[in-house]
Write a protein that binds this ligand. Structure first.
Ligand SMILES: [Zn+2]
Length: 393
């Protein structure tokens, strides 16, 4: 049986680099509601990812979630029964408007640039290399190493939502989103909703005969003015802090000279572990009812979710957290930094204890100058291999 150091020495970091470059060169921009087509879907990169996983010995399933939008799942089976570790990332990227040459992955000053470099084709490439070393160098392991490329993380998460409904359920998961190699066992959830107010349209010269929906919306917004203070006054989650409420859009009215009969806002509620959607809706309805109680002309509608993603709250003493933290410390030579991930991810949809840990920084994801530091990519590849060998021992 090969030692861990022996196997680590087999990692081919040049291969990880060129695989990352190749995956970047296959556009997989999320369609964000447009009709999916070549370049604007995960199919092309997903099929290549399936080939890469097959080449390193995985049994591969391409699970088409919707037309041209696959989840790609590869499995390496160990020599004896044991747990299933999922290493996973999303296949899609954000858009490339105004991005200069987004799909030519160039290496400069120790960084690999291109759309999807840190978010998150580098991690996808690292996972393939972990499977290659384990398979080609006869690493003895128990259970299953499962590697998955997931569709549509950047928009509606149809890939991981599909997974949450159909399985499989792994025992633990590492999601390789860019964390600068910090270990993130928790993140907030998100609940989007629209609030609408209704009025009566009349010519603005006889405004008193109408009901102004924009003014009603102003009353509603005022009714939410102290909501963030209330959220801040609640006990903070140790990693995620406090919940937040933010109004992101407002629309209403048609022309200046007409009293508007309609106004709509969309609000983003970030939920902390322990909160439920029902609780958020109850808070929304309390505030709506308070405004309505003071104004018999207040007519409204609450519509949601327009966006919904779950919280992640993996216990800090769970082996997936302690193992990823320990192996990160071993590879980096400094104690792992454990904190919440700033955004929402696919992680809760796998229904297993999970951590987010990957190369590159969320600060570069979604920018017009996306990159992953090669040193972090190398370190992440080593960490993923060590985690797999440790948890599947
Ligand atoms: Zn991402």
């Amino acid at each position: 049986m090969r030692s861990i150091d022996d196997l680590l020495a087999q990692l081919d970091h040049d291969r990880v680099r060129s695989m990352t470059q190749e995956l970047i060169s296959i556009p997989s921009v999320n369609p964000f509601g447009q009709e999916p087509g070549v370049g604007l879907r995960e199919q092309e990169v997903g099929l290549r990812y399936a080939e890469l996983l097959t080449e390193v010995g995985c049994e591969v399933l391409v699970d088409e979630v919707s037309a041209g939008r696959p989840n790609v799942i590869g499995v390496l089976k160990g020599s004896r029964p044991g747990p299933t570790l999922l290493l996973t990332g999303h296949l899609d990227t954000v858009d490339v408007t105004d991005y200069d040459d987004p799909f030519t992955a160039r290496i400069e000053d120790g960084r690999l640039y291109g759309r999807g470099s840190c978010d998150m084709k580098a991690a996808l490439a690292a996972f393939v290399e972990v499977a290659r070393v384990i398979n080609e160098h006869d690493a003895d392991f128990a259970g299953e190493l499962m590697i998955a490329g997931i569709a549509d993380e950047e928009d509606r998460m149809i890939g991981s939502v599909h997974w949450s409904e159909h399985g499989p359920v792994p025992d633990f998961a590492v999601v390789g989103e860019p964390t600068s190699l910090k270990v993130c066992p928790a993140h907030k959830g998100q609940y989007g909703a629209k609030f609408r107010t209704f009025g009566t349209a009349v010519h603005s010269s006889i405004r008193s005969e109408g009901v102004n929906a924009i003014e009603k919306m102003a009353d509603l917004i005022a009714g939410f003015a102290d909501y963030n203070d209330e959220l801040d006054s609640r006990p903070a989650h140790p990693l995620c802090g406090n919940a937040t409420f933010s109004i992101g859009t407002i629309n209403g009215g048609e022309v200046m000279s007409t009293v508007p009969n309609f106004c709509e806002i969309e609000a983003d509620r970030r939920m902390v572990p322990g909160e439920t959607v029902d609780q958020v809706l109850a808070e929304y309805n309390d505030r709506l009812h308070a405004v309505a109680a003071a104004d018999s002309e207040f007519r409204y509608e609450l519509d949601g979710p327009t966006m919904s993603s779950a919280v992640l709250d993996t216990p800090l003493d769970h082996p997936i957290v302690t193992t990823v933290a320990d192996e990160t410390e071993t590879v980096l030579g400094t104690p792992a930094i454990i904190e919440a991930f700033t955004g929402a991810t696919d992680a809760p949809n796998f229904h297993c204890p999970a951590v987010i840990m990957g190369p590159g920084s969320i600060a570069q994801a979604h920018t017009l100058d996306e990159f992953v530091p090669l040193s972090e990519l190398e370190a992440a590849t080593k960490i993923y291999l060590r985690v797999a060998l440790s948890l599947l021992s």
